[in-house]
Design a protein around this ligand. Structure first.
Ligand code: DAS
Length: 346
């Protein structure tokens, strides 16, 4: 052995470290979903039990993650994401902030159901106080299915979370070789593997054979630029979504008022158009002190300010994301002018 190599090896041995210790420390927080789903047959891709498999089993199923990072797992919940609640996402945000404040944690991966993966990542995008990578991943096929997509999605998510280039980009959503922004990624198809897209903004990057290529950045405020801080909160203000359509009834607003909601997202037709019935309902709700924001049920485009229509406007946020922002904004203020500014900035 050459003298130089001898000294390098000796130094490493003396320091008790090995090359493997250069790997980042990534914590995987599991919440359930199809990625942890179990079905009775390998061909079944619906009707399975989501959240049937624990976080350690998910990690054990992908030993390749150990070549990319030192991985540890925590089970935050084990539910289908249709049952995700503001209590659970608040708990998740607090745990992520605790972990990322630790010097020995370099990033976090969160496994989650796909059904509400529009929502939780965006909430963390608004409330995580770190520029370390936070990467969500999920699966469209249960872990027991032939060609399950979860294992590769998990490996790709850990790889993205382990990469220096992923820092400071806001919360990321990684599935199917694509890296997207929590602000824009939405579930566009009930069944397909490539369901998660950012229809108008596009992906931030790709990951192919473990090689990451970024080609976009998010302009909207997030994480360390965010004014929102939920670390001391125990609950989030109730906000509901009311869908606009032909014959949409005014009495839905009476129910919202009676249940003391703090905010309403109106998922309007077109660019957030309000029917005469919803116009009356929205004005009644605003009179009761409820903040109302008009969004678009189309899932694309932007809802502009329109003095002829009631309520604030969501801009490019779809109804589910607009609800997350309004819920978070109401932890700060119920001033409509300030809240409209938040919708313009986040
Ligand atoms: N089981 C649904 C969920 O938890 C669907 C999924 O995860 O893909 O969101």
């Amino acid at each position: 052995m050459k003298l130089g190599a001898f000294f390098v090896t000796a130094l490493l041995l003396m320091s008790g470290s090995t090359f493997a210790d250069k790997l980042p420390n990534i914590v995987i927080l599991a919440t359930g979903g199809t990625i942890a789903g179990s079905a009775t047959s390998h061909t079944q891709t619906t009707g399975y039990k989501p959240g049937a498999i624990g976080v350690q089993n998910l990690i054990n199923a992908v030993p390749e993650v150990n070549k990319v990072a030192h991985v540890t797992g925590e089970q935050v919940a084990n539910i289908g994401s249709e049952n995700m609640t503001s209590d659970v996402i608040l708990k998740l945000s607090k745990r992520v902030n605790e972990l990322l404040s630790q010097k020995d944690v370099d990033g976090v991966v969160i496994t989650h159901g796909t059904d509400t993966l529009d929502e939780t990542p965006y909430f963390l995008n608004l409330t995580v106080k770190s520029d370390k990578p936070v990467v969500f991943t999920a699966a469209m096929r249960p872990a027991t299915a032939i060609s399950a997509d979860g294992p590769m999605n998990l490996l790709e998510a850990v790889t993205v979370a382990s990469n220096e280039q992923s820092k400071g980009r806001g919360v990321l959503v990684v599935l199917n070789d694509k890296i997207g922004a929590a602000r824009f990624m939405t579930k566009t198809n009930a069944n397909s593997l490539d369901t998660f897209k950012a229809p108008e903004e596009g992906y931030l990057g790709t990951i192919i054979d473990g090689h990451i290529e970024y080609n976009n950045r998010v302009e909207k405020k997030h994480t360390t630029d965010s004014i929102f801080d939920v670390r001391q909160l125990n609950e989030l203000p109730p906000v509901v979504i009311i869908y606009g359509y032909q014959d949409d009834p005014e009495y839905i607003y009476d129910a919202a008022i009676a249940h003391h909601v703090k905010g309403i997202i109106y998922a309007g037709t077109g660019a957030g158009s309000v029917s005469v019935r919803s116009d009356a309902g929205i004005k009644k709700a605003e009179k009761a002190g409820i903040v109302v924001v008009r969004s678009s049920r189309t899932g694309g485009g932007s809802v502009p300010v329109d003095s002829a229509q009631p309520g604030l406007v969501s801009g490019t946020l779809n109804p589910a994301k607009a609800r997350i922002l309004l819920m978070t904004a109401l932890t700060k203020t119920n001033d409509p002018v300030q809240i409209q500014q938040f919708f313009n900035q986040y």
